[in-house]
Design a protein. Structure first.
Ligand SMILES: Nc1ncnc2c1ncn2[C@@H]1O[C@H](COP(=O)(O)OP(=O)(O)OP(=O)(O)O)[C@@H](O)[C@H]1O
Ligand SMILES: [Mg+2]
Length: 266
């Protein structure tokens, strides 16, 4: 019986081209498929969560789905949910062709939020059942019903935090289009190899204040906050580039890897 469980985030920044509407990076997905297969065959069970990239984000933004449900954005809500299903189908088809038994689970069909935060004691019975049978549940960032504003965007990163709390995986790896978390030290862009309780605030400040790193979006800051929450649960949490599949494998199995490791922050 395989005991270890990994949760892997396929960042929309890596599996899609965020600059081109609905553009899948099939070569990136094909590149990591054999790595996931090797892990699943030899090491342990896994859950995959992918982001919205150039599928979910632009449509959700166009219709203000994150601001709530109105009389005029119901078609937009429908379109956002379907755009994510489109991306999911692309990903699951490629993975299945490599022999990975993906079991897609649509987050909007069972997660409910209140002001953007998951509220229900969400029933993870389907995910648990899939894992029991050694299938690979795959979820994604989605537009969901929200009891205070009608609807909201539930990011893949937030879903991972929720799953981590409930399922206590051994490792969580966030895959991105960059090698890890970067800070700006004396004008030089530098990869942070390890985040600890001690250097956390300094790193956060350096990213927020950075003028060299142009894309200082809420994206990366909220990702770091979520990663810290997971690390605080005592779970090994890493950020790596999905453009280097062997390196992803190293992060998954606990070998030295290039990227950012959030030490268990307990
Ligand atoms: N200091 C930083 N260190 C690392 N990445 C950064 C930094 N500042 C900005 N970024 C950007 O943050 C992005 C990751 O966050 P983003 O939410 O855009 O991607 P994602 O989570 O992979 O996509 P999705 O939300 O669609 O899943 C990377 O593409 C990276 O370029
Ligand atoms: Mg993101």
């Amino acid at each position: 019986m395989k005991k270890s469980l990994a949760i892997i985030k396929l960042g929309g920044s890596a599996v899609t081209d965020k600059t081109k509407f609905k553009t899948v990076r099939r070569n990136v997905i094909k590149g990591i498929a054999p790595i996931l297969k090797r892990y699943h065959d030899k090491i342990g069970k896994m859950i995959i969560v992918h982001g919205g990239g150039s599928f979910g984000h632009p449509i959700a933004k166009k219709y203000n789905i994150d601001k709530g449900l109105t009389e005029s954005n119901k078609i937009g809500l429908s379109e956002t949910v379907d755009a994510m299903r489109e991306l999911s189908l692309e990903i699951s088809t490629i993975f299945r062709n490599f022999g990975l038994p993906i079991f897609p689970v649509q987050p909007s069909s069972f997660f409910i939020t209140k002001n953007g935060e998951i509220i229900n004691d969400s029933n993870l019975i389907v995910i648990r059942e899939a894992l029991k049978h050694n299938l690979i549940p795959m979820l994604w960032g989605d537009a969901v019903f929200d009891i205070s504003i009608g609807c909201s965007i539930l990011s893949g990163d937030k879903i991972i935090l929720h799953l981590a709390k409930k399922l206590r995986p051994n490792v969580v790896v966030f895959g991105s289009d960059v090698e890890g978390i970067f800070i700006n030290k004396n004008g030089i862009r530098q990869l942070v190899r390890k985040i600890t309780n001690k250097n956390f605030n300094e790193i956060l400040k350096s990213i927020s204040l950075s003028s060299q790193i142009i894309d200082v979006t809420g994206g990366i800051i909220s990702k770091i906050m979520i990663m810290r929450e997971i690390a605080k649960l005592g779970i090994k949490t890493c950020l790596v580039s999905l453009f280097d599949p062997e390196n992803l494998y190293k992060a998954l199995v606990g070998e030295d890897f290039v990227g950012t490791l959030f030490d268990r922050l307990k």
